[in-house]
Design a protein around this ligand. Structure first.
Ligand code: MN
Ligand code: MN
Length: 327
């Protein structure tokens, strides 16, 4: 076959045909991971790429509430990606241990993220957009605006939901003016009262009684390598800490079995009260003295530590732990 016969689109004056890419967020996806994949895929398709948003897990209760509210479909769930495509775009993460298990077998062409960059290497140059905002959906809102691409109302509702989720209704210390501006803009496009809707959405994600021990422990967990140790950090939102700690023994059992199965050294569950913005840590494994050093506090006999005003894993838990492990 001759060169030109392989590329009919060029001869017809159309756009050059590119192979499809998958767009996805981190494992144990939260509302931002799911929404950013949908939004970034839509954005790239408007610019002529062929992409599909997918997810590395099922949406959680909060995300489901948002998808239902705005009449959107959850992205297809995939376990691996190299069996389908050669190229991928990452949103809401970059660390390989939070990504698809076969991420090393594909080329990452684009990243849009708001986390620390760690253990991330590529063989090829790429588009990498990192901004220290409260949410990827805020970065994407600005990217849509810069390219003058309209955000459909239901997608705007999802992006609004993601910002509310990541910033706990703009109360987390990760919140920036960019997030506040994006919320105002998206609420107008989606035509919702964001405070009323946002609290209802956050509460929909806190139905502890309905959730299994595994789901509470692992539902939002992420892995970090800190000072050579494998550290697993989960987070669960609640409107009453007692709803979670009434099940502490069972939760610890689940944390221990996950540690054994996956060779984690340390497992920390952050239990966050979304109404008063406080958290209690539940800590299993070792080294616990490093956790105490990180927060300048002793763990209770119950393996717990109360941290008033702490709601952000990314900004208030991982950095002090990193300092304590590596400092
Ligand atoms: Mn996320
Ligand atoms: Mn995020």
């Amino acid at each position: 076959m001759k060169f030109w016969q392989e590329r009919p689109a060029i001869l017809q004056g159309g756009t050059c045909k590119m192979s499809k890419e998958l767009v996805f967020g981190h494992q144990s996806p939260d509302t931002d991971a799911i929404t950013a994949a949908i939004a970034y895929s839509y954005y790239q398709n408007q610019l002529g790429y062929e992409t599909e948003p997918v997810a590395l897990g099922e949406p959680n209760d909060e995300t489901r509430y948002a998808l239902d509210h705005f009449n959107m479909k959850a992205p297809r769930v995939v376990k691996t990606v190299a069996n389908e495509v050669d190229k991928v775009m990452l949103v809401d993460h970059n660390e390989p241990q939070q990504s698809a298990p076969d991420i090393d077998k594909v080329t990452v062409t684009h990243v849009v993220d708001h986390h620390r960059i760690a253990n991330f290497n590529t063989a090829q140059p790429l588009y990498y957009t990192a901004r220290p905002y409260g949410c990827v959906s805020t970065i994407l809102t600005e990217m849509f605006q810069q390219k003058h691409i309209d955000i459909p109302a239901n997608l705007a509702g999802m992006m609004l939901s993601a910002i509310i989720s990541d910033t706990l209704l703009l109360k987390s210390p990760t919140t920036t003016d960019h997030d506040r501006e994006a919320v105002k803009y998206l609420a107008k496009v989606a035509n919702v009262d964001y405070e009323e809707y946002g609290l209802a959405m956050l509460k929909a994600g806190t139905n502890i009684a309905k959730r299994s021990d595994m789901d509470i422990v692992e539902g939002d967990a992420k892995s970090f390598t800190l000072g050579g140790k494998s550290v697993r950090i989960g987070q669960v939102n609640t409107v009453d800490l007692d709803d979670v700690f009434a099940r502490q023994a069972d939760l610890e059992k689940t944390m221990h079995s996950e540690m054994d199965k996956n060779n984690y050294d340390l497992f920390i569950l952050i239990v966050t009260n979304i109404l008063n913005s406080d958290s209690d840590l539940l800590v299993t494994g070792e080294p616990t003295d490093v956790v105490e050093k990180a927060f300048g506090k002793k763990l209770s006999d119950q393996h717990r530590m109360n941290l008033p005003g702490v709601v952000s894993r990314k900004k208030q838990v991982v950095p002090p732990l990193t300092d304590a492990f590596e400092g």
